[in-house]
Design a protein around this ligand. Sequence first.
Ligand code: ADP
Length: 400
Amino acid sequence: MSLILVLNSGSSSIKFQLVDPTQHATDTPFASGLVEQIGEPMGQVTLKFDGQKFTTEAPIPDHSAGLDMAFALMGEHGCGPKDVEIEAVGHRVVHGGQIFSQPELITDEIVEWIRGLIPLAPLHNPANISGIEVAREMLPSIPHVAVFDTGFFHAMPPAAALYAIENETAGRYGVRRYGFHGTSHEYVSQHVPSLLGKDPSKVNQITLHLGNGASAAAIRHGEPVDTSMGMTPLAGLVMGTRSGDIDPGIIFHLYREAGMSIDEIDNLLNKRSGVKGIAGVNDFRTLREMIHNEDQDAWLAYNVYIHQLRRFIGSYMVALGRIDAITFTAGVGENDRFVRADALADLENFGIQIDPERNAAPNDGPREISTDKSQIKVFVVPTNEELAIARKAKQIADNL
Ligand code: ADP
């Protein structure tokens, strides 16, 4: 069996998976793990392999040391790069700007292009580049492939991609809607036509990726026509800790009246807002418990979340004109039946009817949760971004 190593490098962490690209979305990957607290006094590497969990703790000064430790731990348990055949490495890259629409075989030149996009994703792209550089050094003889979170949305129509901001300024600074979670929206939306038994070129659909980060996409005949995230992943739906869409005037107000710096406002909107900002927690399992115990803030946070979600669903139904399906995915979308029911409650007049029993039935595969009568079908399709990245990386490696 040949495997693909998928790396998702953050500023202080590296998520890794060894994936068999022929596995199903809900199968456990061959091996997976996490390098955490890079640059902190004490770091940790966790590996899940063969039904077991292994951990090492030690200071991890940088990404290079982190990947080294991950490979060492994998080697100790018989799934390191010397023990298994790794055909290619797929790297998740957050921002591909207007340059990248497709996965790319990584060369020195591609790395420089990704570096050039750092101003658009100052938190994400530098970490992605560190991961790429370290992995290329350690595994120099296999292909490395960059898969961009923005890629799927690259050709969105200008009416959806452009902001109504002075042309010259917007153009000079790359101010436009790029969209994120593209790998997930693409993967999930490609699954839907077979569930409908329809030709993909005839399907109009809305996909709702509701995890810690959350985004919605409107997709016509396989091509995205709108999405809720914007120039950055802060826009759109209410998320675990991110505000989603707000009046931009709030930023000026907080700067002028509260004396907050731009960095403080950035931190507020990205880390201390969303469901957490209102309820104090961002995990929907805890939120649900709090609602059950009649916590008013939790109830309010939930209602703000659902209200915003319904606004996007409604606007995308109009944008598409006619839709065949609405699909929920990611941690919240796959697991929280209340969110699914409330997001689409009372829409019978629009041809949408959730079946409470189907919605509540325990099942972790792709499934329909609408009634047989519902004109618009509602599905849950588990996403698996690592598997999607692995398949894309394999495709490029196979064509070399
Ligand atoms: P990320 O954006 O970090 O990739 P995920 O798609 O893994 O996020 O979603 C993580 C979130 O999913 C958690 O923060 C939690 O709110 C939610 N979640 C996970 N499992 C459940 C569950 N069984 N019920 C409700 N919500 C869940």
